[in-house]
Design a protein around this ligand. Structure first.
Ligand code: FMN
Length: 205
């Protein structure tokens, strides 16, 4: 079974989501030592933002691509293939300005490919990335879950992965992290309690 760990926080060692994605992965690995781990740090990789140039690069025959186009397409394919190959995706998703970091949005733009991860027909949309499990590690300074200020963050990610055909979506949430030391501790405790429950056999694909 393959696990893809994605971090997107810009806060390096001070990042809450990085700490918690590590703990999620360690927990899943303890339950299944054969898990094959792939790691991508979106704050370090050159994440290509979707643009006309990116589309043009993809539409240009391989032998006619210039170096920049070649590198763009290679990164795009690597990101897409990692996603397609993964059985479990552990996604570090901090809230920045009420939504996900721009680096994570750029990754999402790379994995949403018509005909590969979703399709449209007269019956409507169909997700083609079925059978995967996503663990969203949601970290926020305030508290937004279930309210209107959370819709472009956790709710958005659930809609997005649901659109791609993924039904096993779990959230490990640490919120209120900027409300003072006690709230921060409570936020981490809640997340860790949720991580503890991921070890159950039913939680593994
Ligand atoms: C650029 C930036 C924007 C932020 N915007 C929000 C926000 O809109 N709402 C919120 O509740 N917290 C916000 N925060 C706080 C983060 O969600 C909080 O620090 C969280 O721990 C980030 O996860 P990380 O430590 O893994 O980066 C912001 C933090 C940064 C650095």
């Amino acid at each position: 079974m393959k696990l893809l760990q994605i971090d997107s926080s810009i806060l390096g060692d001070a990042s809450a989501s990085r700490q918690l994605t590590r703990e999620v992965v360690a927990t899943l690995q303890a339950a299944d030592p054969d898990l094959e781990l792939t790691y991508r740090d979106l704050s370090k990789d050159v994440t290509v933002h979707l643009s006309g140039a990116t589309f043009a690069a993809k539409g240009t025959p391989a032998e006619k691509r210039n170096l920049a186009q070649k590198l763009e397409v290679e990164l795009n394919e690597a990101i897409l293939n990692e996603f397609l190959a993964a059985d479990v995706i552990v996604l570090g998703a901090p809230m920045y300005n009420f939504t996900v970091p721009t680096q994570l949005k750029a990754w999402i733009d790379q994995i949403c490919v018509a005909g590969v991860t979703f399709s449209y027909s007269d019956k409507g949309p169909e997700g083609l990335a079925k059978g995967k499990r996503v663990v969203i590690v949601s970290t926020t300074g305030g508290k937004h879950a279930g309210g209107p200020t959370g819709i472009a963050h956790e709710d958005y990610l659930k809609v997005l992965f649901g659109f791609l055909g993924i039904t096993e979506i779990e959230v490990v949430r640490a919120d209120g992290l900027n409300y003072g030391p006690e709230a921060k501790e409570a936020g981490f405790a809640a997340a860790r309690s949720r991580i503890g429950s991921l070890t159950s056999a039913a939680a593994l694909v």
